[in-house]
Design a protein around this ligand. Structure first.
Ligand SMILES: C[S@@+](CC[C@H](N)C(=O)[O-])C[C@H]1O[C@@H](n2cnc3c(N)ncnc32)[C@H](O)[C@@H]1O
Length: 234
């Protein structure tokens, strides 16, 4: 279905670096993500071999590749073709056959088949401004079965506006000094300036309005990152 003219171009807001094959090749090393705890959590939340999991903003597939062996069908969705190309390459190398890669975004992905049991999204929702986040959460809710789980991680500010300068400066002081070791101060400054990181206390009512009950909310000590486990209750 064609999107209305007033819909944003998700590719244009995906972050230029995510569309750059050279940057994407180096993404896993830079991210250094260890999802062992996260996969154990999905297992504890009931993810099993009968289930469908949709990973939105899947990137190079770190979670998708780790979770696919636990479920029946894993749909990895991302707007970036280079990200999905690397994900497919890694899946082939690992002999994982139950991952479907779909090029699409929070606002354009059309789910096919049975409703999803789990939706996962890490470090991607902040690419949308708040109005569009609310619409994206509504779309996520519509693809999940009742009782389904949404697990979401994102940069989120869990402080009040007057604390912004102090907390953001403390965050910037804690990041990698060299690009070889991760994202540096200029990278994070650009993200804060150009992307749409919001407050946790703005996202939470959006989740509730989209028929989610927040079962668990964790805010990092730096107060610049949060993770939620939510259940679709209506
Ligand atoms: C920082 S990466 C995170 C990738 C992966 N989830 C991870 O944790 O390693 C953000 C990803 O979100 C994707 N992205 C950006 N905007 C998006 C959108 N509107 N819909 C879906 N994916 C999007 C980017 O292409 C990129 O792959």
């Amino acid at each position: 279905m064609e999107a209305p003219q007033w819909f944003p171009d998700e590719l244009a807001r995906a972050g230029d670096e995510h569309l750059d094959p050279e940057y994407v090749r180096d993404y896993d090393r830079k991210a250094g993500t260890d999802l062992t705890g996260e996969v154990a959590l999905l297992h504890d939340l009931g993810l099993n071999e009968t289930h469908i999991l949709v990973d939105l903003g899947a990137g190079t597939g770190t979670l998708a590749l780790a979770a696919a062996p636990l479920c029946r069908r894993l749909v990895a969705v991302d707007v970036s073709a280079p990200m999905l190309a690397l994900l497919e390459e890694k899946a082939e190398r690992l002999g994982i056959e139950n991952i479907e890669c779909v090029q699409g975004g929070f606002l354009s992905y059309e789910h096919r088949g049975e409703p999803a049991d789990f939706v996962y999204s890490k470090n991607a929702l902040h690419h949308l401004p708040d109005f569009w986040k609310a619409l994206a959460l509504e779309r996520i809710s519509s693809i999940l079965r009742q009782g389904g789980v949404l697990r979401i991680h994102d940069p989120l500010f869990s402080f009040d506006p007057p604390e912004a300068e102090r907390i953001i400066e403390a965050w910037l002081a804690s990041v990698a000094e060299q690009p070889e070791h991760g994202w540096t101060r200029p990278d994070i400054e650009k993200d804060i300036r150009e992307e749409f990181i919001t407050f946790s206390w703005l996202l939470e009512p959006m989740l509730e309005r989209a028929s989610f009950e927040i079962r668990d909310a964790r805010h990092e000590a730096r107060r610049a990152y949060s993770a939620y486990t939510c259940i679709k209750v209506r």
